[in-house]
Every structure is written in C-alpha cells, then in structure tokens.
Design a binder for this molecule. Structure first.
Ligand code: HEC
Length: 427
C-alpha cells in the first residue's frame, strides 16, 4: 500500500517536469500547514495527526501528535511542529521530543534567523519563546484572545504577532515586553507574514481584510482586500518578491510586492478552503494545501491554468441530497478520519472495515491511544450507539477520538445500519 502511494507520488513528481504541476499524495486528511527547507524539501502538517517530509516527491512520516497538526517549520537539524494537542514537538536527528507548555492549540511556528529560538502562537493567548538548545520556554502575554501568527524581524530582535483580537503587535525578544501595538483591524487576524527584509508586514483577517503595513510605522502600504473571506493562508518567497494569499472560498491570489499589483488570482479549489501556502527557495514554485489530502505544487507562471486541487468524487463534497441519511451521517461526521475499506490510509482514525464484532484497538496499521489499545470494549450496534449517544469523551475517557455526539437516535440507527453494510469483511 505504502509503496503504491510512493510510486504514485513519484509518478506525479515526474509529470511535473512536463506540465509543471505536481501533487504530493500520502496524507490521510486535510493539509493545514506547509514549510519549505533551503534545499527545496517540503514539510507538511495535517489533520491526520502526522507530519510529512517530502524529498523528490516521496514522503517520510513523523507520527506522535495526538490530534490535528496545524504548523510545521524547519529548524536546524530537523523540524518543529504544533497543533490541537497543544504540545510543541521537535524532530531532530532521529529523535522526537515533546515540549508541553501551551494550554490550547498551537497555530503557528516561526524560527529566529540565527536558528537558536523558536516562537509559537497559541490559542491560550500566549506566544511561546523556546530556546532550541533546551532551555526553559518564556511566554509573552498581551493578546486578548488566541494568537494565530508570529514572525521574527530579520535581525531577530523583534517578534511580530497577529491575533483573534484583531491586533498586530511588536515584542522585544530579549525582554519579552510588548513594544508596540502596530495596528488594530477590528476583525480577528488569522494570518500574518513579514517581508524577509523587515520593511512590511502583511496580514489577513476573518472579514477578508488583506492589508500591508509599514513594519516601522504601521502606516498602510497596500489594501489587497478582494472581498473573499476568511483569509486562511499567507506566504512570501525568501526574496520577498511575491506575497501569496489563500482564502476560505478556495482562491489563491499572488501579489507582486514591487508595486502591490495582482500577478495571479485564481480559483484553486471547487469547494473548501486553502489552508496552507509556501514558496520554493527560488520563489518559482508555489505549494498549497487544503481540504483534499494532496499537496499541490505549481510553477508561478502556470498558476492560472492549474487544475482544481480537489477531487469532485470525494464523499464529503457530494451533494447531501444524493445520499441516504446513514451515508450522509458518515460522510459529514466520520469520513474525514475513517476509511471503510481495509487499511487506515493515514487518516486520523483507524479503518472501520470489519469493526462489528471486533475488540477495540486492534487494527494493526494504526497507532492507538493506550486507553483504546487496553480497552475491553467489543464494537457492535450497542457500543457504537453508546459511543455517539454519550460522546467518546464520556464513553472512553482518555481516547484520542474527538468529542462528538449524535443526538438524534434515528441518525445513530441509520449510521449504524450504513456501517453494518459497508464495513463487512468479504469472505
Ligand atoms: C477528527 C477525527 C475523527 C472523527 C471525525 C471520527 N473519529 Fe472515530 N476515531 C478517531 C480516532 C483518532 C480514533 C482512535 C482513538 C484512540 O486511539 O484513542 C477513533 C476510533 C473510532 C472507533 C474505534 C475503532 C477501533 O478500532 O477500536 C470507532 C468505532 C469510531 N472511531 C467510529 C467513528 C464514527 C462512526 C465516526 C462518525 C460518527 C467517527 N468515528 C468520527 C478519530 C475520529
């Protein structure tokens, strides 16, 4: 299975030479974060709880997060990642380390120019500053709600942050003190990137606001608002020539930073958001991630002719009217994390193939929480009904299955009947 995916990914990378477009396939869920290393290797953070490191189109997987991963960044000697399980993780020289400290999800990671410090943005309203040599972290407080984005100034002395409280702030890295309130936008800021030369800051907001301000004065340099919302992804290339903006309506806009003119603006997905963007080191290729599990790569000049990122056959994109209730329940509430066929396909949860009559925690290709692996539950109509009547957090406390209840008994009955039909092993 794995080698097939590798072959597909390699195949896709080969076609890239011909038409300049590539898909990196292998994740089992939406792609939430991307970073590109100095040699052009790509790191991806996914809703499937994993990090992918892609070289020449082939992935290496880093498993350990217990929930969706939102951010990944290259650090000297490896990778840093963070997400819904609140722990910062470092993956260096074959060693994985877990760094607790935040008390809510991590949304963004920035690495200081000297590679010695890492900054995290968290929904616990704090910014974490982590010395990469292993010293204790410091936490900067000031944002009124969650922090969504962080960036260092080119000299590493300043840190810029953007938050759900609509503010753009500046901090002194040495003292940890807030030095300036650069801007207050009025709507929550989801994204912010800094010019690699430190001259401007670009931010994107829930209301679609997309603006560029002078980093030193806060004066507005450009208003790039396109009327689509919310803004969910932003990236700039290492030379700061282009700024890419992705939104909840599935568009990607690329702006030339010399005069803030729009170089490209196109619909990248048929349905659903663009969650992650990153440029190659030479700025010539744009990588994007969204609801579909593949990462897409385009040379900038081919952007406008790019085929849409999403596959129209995906069950969660099919019109709900075409499905009976049980299938619709599964498509909406389960399919993003579970397959029904043999093999878990790197989704966030184990395959449900053959689940009826099976003791909990037994799918061999899946890494269960100790709670589920050590449980004596046997899955049948009654236990699956109870799982969603009470919610996983009450039925199996300590499981990494997310909180979710299906309140209407008929919805649970239809879902279970659908699962009965579709998970039966072939004799
Ligand atoms: C956001 C991801 C996510 C969604 C959505 C989700 N699950 Fe799960 N599910 C998981 C994870 C993760 C586990 C493994 C939990 C563990 O190891 O503690 C799991 C485990 C299970 C198990 C136990 C399987 C076993 O082998 O022991 C069943 C049954 C299950 N899920 C059914 C469902 C159904 C039915 C739905 C839809 C109503 C659903 N799940 C929605 C993530 C999800």
């Amino acid at each position: 299975m794995r080698s097939l995916l590798w072959a597909l990914a390699m195949g896709a990378a080969t076609t890239a030479a011909a038409d300049g477009f590539a898909r990196l396939e292998g994740h089992g869920g939406p792609v939430m974060g991307l970073d590109v290393g100095h040699e052009g290797q790509v790191a991806s953070a996914s809703f499937d709880n994993a990090i992918g490191l892609w070289r020449d189109g082939a992935p290496e997987w880093f498993d350990g997060h217990r929930a969706a991963v939102n951010a990944v960044a290259f650090v000297p000697g490896g990778l840093a990642s963070g997400g819904d399980d609140t722990d910062l993780r470092l993956w260096r020289a074959g060693e994985a380390t877990r760094h607790p400290g935040h008390t809510a999800k991590i949304m963004d990671i920035a690495v200081a120019p000297d590679g010695a410090t890492l900054a995290t943005a968290s929904w616990d309203r704090r910014i974490g500053l982590w010395p990469l040599d292993g010293g204790a972290p410091r936490f900067l407080e000031g944002h009124a709600v969650g922090v969504n984005a962080v960036a260092f100034s080119p000299d590493g002395r300043l840190l810029w942050s953007a938050g759900g409280d609509g503010t753009l702030r500046e901090w002194d890295v040495a003292t940890g003190a807030q030095t300036r309130m650069i801007k207050s936008h009025g709507f929550g800021l989801n994204e912010m990137v800094a010019d690699p030369a430190g001259v401007w800051l670009a931010y994107g907001a829930i209301d679609g606001g997309t603006r560029v301000v002078d980093a030193a004065t806060g004066a507005e340099r450009a208003d790039l608002t396109a009327g689509r919302r919310p803004i969910l992804a932003m990236a700039t290339d290492p030379a700061g020539r282009h700024l890419a903006v992705g939104d909840g309506e599935g568009y990607i806009m690329v702006v030339d930073t010399a005069d803030w003119s729009i170089a490209h603006d196109f619909r990248a997905t048929r349905a659903g958001p663009v969650w992650a963007l990153a440029f190659s080191p030479d700025g010539g290729t744009l990588y994007a991630g969204g609801l579909e599990s593949a990462i897409h790569a385009w040379p900038l000049h081919a952007l406008d002719t790019a085929p849409p990122m999403d596959d129209a056959d995906q069950s969660f994109l099919r019109p709900p009217g075409e499905m009976e209730n049980g299938e619709r329940q599964f498509a909406r509430k389960c399919s993003i994390c579970h397959t029904l066929t043999p093999g878990s396909a790197r989704r966030a949860g184990p395959t449900l193939h053959g689940v009826f009559g099976r003791p909990a925690g037994r799918v061999p290709d899946y890494n269960y929480s100790p709670t589920l692996a050590g449980s004596d539950i046997v899955w049948d109509e009654d236990s699956i009904d109870a799982l969603f009547d009470l919610g996983p957090d009450h039925f199996i406390p300590g499981s990494k299955m997310p909180m979710q209840r299906i309140v209407a008994p008929q919805d649970r009955a239809d879902l279970i009947a659908y699962l009965r039909r579709t998970t039966r092993p072939q004799e």
